[in-house]
Design a protein around this ligand. Structure first.
Ligand code: NAP
Length: 250
């Protein structure tokens, strides 16, 4: 097992940090938002279902962690001007962004290549690739205003080795790995680091949509992945950039 897969963060590892998590209302993003808050961060919860974001906000309040902020936004329809407005609000309120977890994505339709539907392909590519680029681009000034910022993209096993029938989703995750490499290389000598996490098979709604017949009780839970999510957000990883990491031991 890699050291970062059993990383233990001090309770105040993220104190004073402002971290934005996309897809913070459910699954891995929800767990990461709660975990970051528990370790002292002010978490900005971005997602498309306001009620889910409000539930996470309330849970953070009950923990006695720093008060969270909510950004209800559907990455399917949001344009560059939405992301620019969002970035301006973050700069006004916080003056910096220490962490960006690009977690939200969609599975789309799994099908043989010859059956790929163009609308569905474009929707997956838009949410999983184009929107991630627009969010990151808009937030670069805020990330560069922090003393040591961390950008984490979310990939998948099928983003490193193609697999039959995984079509748009797999292609979008290859693009995600590439986007992270381009950005990491460009900012190599800056205080902003850029890395990728492959969560591995995890008990969430997305996983059960991809494998409806599977016994999900055998899968790792989002909480099991958090050592790596914490490591890459904490200052203990501040010299690490351009990496692609597995959250689970193979
Ligand atoms: P999930 O349970 O489906 O959660 C995805 C989150 O993203 C949800 O909160 C969802 O919002 C949000 N989201 C989806 N489309 C959005 C949009 N258009 N605008 C804003 N928010 C949107 O998925 P997960 O399993 O936690 O996956 C998290 C990440 O890990 C994804 O990038 C996924 O590709 C990756 N991953 C997961 C696994 C796995 O086994 N679970 C394996 C490899 C990689 P709603 O709650 O409102 O739907």
């Amino acid at each position: 097992m890699q050291q970062y897969q059993n990383y233990q963060a001090p309770a105040d590892a993220l104190a004073g940090k402002v971290i934005l998590v996309t897809g913070a209302g459910d699954g891995i993003g929800r767990e990461a938002a709660l975990t970051y808050a528990k370790h002292g961060a002010t978490v900005i919860l971005l997602g498309r279902t306001t009620a889910k974001l409000e539930a996470v906000y309330d849970e953070i309040e009950q923990l006695g962690a720093p008060q969270a902020a909510i950004i209800p936004l559907d990455m399917k329809g949001a344009t560059e001007s939405h992301y620019r407005d969002m970035a301006a609000t973050i700069m006004d309120q916080f003056g910096k962004l220490d962490g960006l977890l690009l977690n939200a994505s969609v599975l789309g339709v799994l099908s043989p290549f010859g059956h790929i539907n163009l609308d569905s392909f474009q929707e997956v590519m838009h949410i999983n690739v184009t929107a991630q680029m627009m969010i990151t681009k808009a937030l670069l000034p805020a990330l560069n205003a922090a003393p040591a910022s961390s950008v984490i993209f979310t990939s998948s096993g099928v983003g490193r080795k193609g697999r039959a029938h995984w079509g748009a989703y797999a292609i979008s995750k290859f693009a995600t790995e590439g986007m992270a490499q381009v950005l990491a290389d460009e900012y190599e000598s800056s205080s902003m680091r850029v890395n990728v996490i492959n969560p591995g098979a995890t008990r969430t709604k997305m996983r059960s949509k991809a494998y409806p017949a599977e016994d999900s009780s055998r899968l790792k839970t989002p909480a099991d992945l958090m050592p790596l999510y914490l490591f890459l957000m904490s200052d203990d990883s501040k010299d690490i950039t351009g990496g692609s990491f597995d959250a689970q031991a193979s």
